[in-house]
Ligand binder design. Structure first.
Ligand code: AMP
Ligand code: MG
Length: 484
């Protein structure tokens, strides 16, 4: 379909056939458009106005391919809950790399598009609920200013997929800076062919960090850059109370984008031990563990890169270790700065850490809502919750106000900083679940409204309260599922 302006390159296949399998997406019986992301289409310079809804559905289901697409599924490995496995796109097809006029490159991938050589026992399919969930949360993350893959479209396939019960099938079109994962490097390292690893390194640098071509030690420089990007990403997650839920190494990108929205969820009441995912029984990927796990994943990337860092194993281990160990230092500095912004502390002070940790301790004890508490502090509104009457909070607040007097910036600047750091609205689990329930019954009104609200998460607008309120006990979501 030429008229949509797709402009594909297919450079991934230059990596060599070890890295992928060329194959067509499965054909589905009756694709129907559910959502098209017009804003994203515009950024991608794609234009679907000249084709019918049926043609769009054919396009986004994989029934008819855009001109220039050369679909492939990628091979990769990954540590899943600490155990290494050979994986790969078990239900995804990369159509190609779409290039805009400004030479921005985007992977366009169908997810839920049929079996591949990497499917293992899976059916290669996806259900409508989880694909809409990925759409809502990835788009919300984008609007919150957090690096993420995005969602261009969801179509229902007209066939049933069988999980615990039969469900409506669907296909999501995912857009990513690239789909290169820590697991892709692990996959290359397992092959014990240094040429493969070198090729992947060169490809990744060319795609994401061409300036590193001049680095003295490219592998080390990439490790350092990825480590820093991941520190930034996790700080963003911590800022908004996001819990990824499955931080396996195959779900960590080299680009620094959040990827693979499975059982992820946002925390309501502040508690670092919060876990939603039904498959995370040990709490490995709990909210408060995310920085440590990111470091663990970076260590796995470092291991994979060792042969390229230095031919002398002792030397390469030493060099890589320095970067892995430094992850936590970098993270902690970034985290502290982020928390300072949340509290409007524009000039650092040595007591800040204590001030922040005392607030978090109080929030944990009082089960204060993470998002609303910081937003209330930004707005100066303390009427909504009884726990603000608590003595401990009042004395903390007095300390905080006294501390703010030390700021050298004007009140306006401080308030703006806080309002732009502390969202007024996040995709709360119970609202997301409600939107998905309606959608499954063919009623898409609620999901469209939710998506609209989530586009401006830092803006105080009327009619927000429904999305700011905490769930009623009957609406509380305790567990989320992968839905794979
Ligand atoms: P995830 O936990 O979503 O990151 O997926 C882990 C691995 O399982 C990846 O290799 C996926 O491609 C694969 N996978 C997940 N769901 C399915 C499915 N329904 N059919 C085939 N493979 C799947
Ligand atoms: Mg994955």
């Amino acid at each position: 379909m030429k008229e949509c302006n797709f402009n594909f390159q297919n450079t991934y296949s230059t990596l060599g056939q070890e890295f992928y399998t060329h194959l067509q997406p499965a054909t589905v019986p009756m694709p129907e458009m559910v959502i098209l992301n017009e804003d994203l289409a515009e950024i991608l310079e794609l234009d679907f106005s000249g084709i019918t809804s049926q043609q769009k559905a054919a396009l986004f289901s994989g029934n008819s391919l855009p001109e220039g697409a050369e679909p492939l599924s990628q091979a990769y490995a990954g540590h899943q809950f600490g155990h290494l496995a050979m994986l790969g796109d078990g239900r995804a097809h990369l159509l190609g790399e779409h290039v805009t006029k400004e030479a921005q490159k985007y992977d366009i991938q169908l997810k839920g598009s049929g079996r591949t050589p990497y499917s293992r026992s899976g059916d290669g399919k996806a259900a409508l609920g989880p694909m809409l969930r990925e759409y809502i949360i990835s788009e919300a993350m984008h609007s919150l200013g957090i690096p993420t893959t995005r969602s261009l479209a969801v179509v229902s396939s007209g066939e049933q997929v069988f999980r615990e019960s039969p469900l409506a099938g669907a296909i999501l079109t995912r857009v990513a800076a690239s789909h290169i994962r820590v697991g892709t490097f692990q996959y290359a390292a397992i092959q014990k062919d240094i040429n493969l690893l070198q090729r992947l390194l060169d490809f990744t640098i060319k795609r994401h960090e061409p300036r590193l071509n001049n680095a003295e030690n490219k592998a080390l420089a990439l490790l350092e850059t990825v480590s820093e990007r991941q520190a930034d990403l996790i700080v963003h997650w911590m800022r908004v109370g996001f819990i990824h839920g499955v931080m396996n190494t195959d779900n960590m990108t080299l680009s620094g984008e959040t990827i693979d929205y499975g059982p992820c969820a946002f925390m309501d009441a502040y508690d670092p031990d919060t876990v939603f995912s039904s498959i995370d029984q040990m709490g490995r990927y709990a909210y408060g563990n995310q920085p440590k796990i990111a470091q663990w994943n970076i260590a796995r990337l470092a291991e994979a890169l060792l042969p390229l860092i230095d031919p002398d194993p002792d030397k390469s281990v030493k060099l890589a270790e320095n970067i892995v160990l430094n992850f936590m230092n970098i993270y902690e500095i970034k985290w502290l700065n982020m928390m300072r912004s949340k509290l409007g502390l524009s000039v650092p002070h040595e007591d800040d850490e204590k001030l922040i940790s005392d607030l978090l301790d109080w929030m944990n004890k009082s089960q204060a809502d993470y998002t609303n508490t910081f937003r209330d502090l930004s707005m100066g509104v303390y009427s909504k919750q009884n726990y603000y009457k608590n003595k401990e909070f009042k004395s903390w607040k007095a300390r905080w106000i006294a501390r703010q007097q030390k700021n050298k910036t004007s009140n306006d600047v401080v308030l703006r900083l806080m309002k732009n750091t502390n969202p007024a609205v996040i995709p709360r689990n119970h609202n997301v679940e409600k939107a998905l329930k309606f959608s499954e019954k063919g009623n898409f009104k609620y999901i469209f409204k939710l998506l609209e609200i989530l586009k401006n998460p830092y803006k105080e607008t009327l009619h927000l309260s429904e999305y700011q309120e905490l769930p009623e006990p009957s609406e509380r979501v305790y567990q989320t599922f992968c839905g794979t």
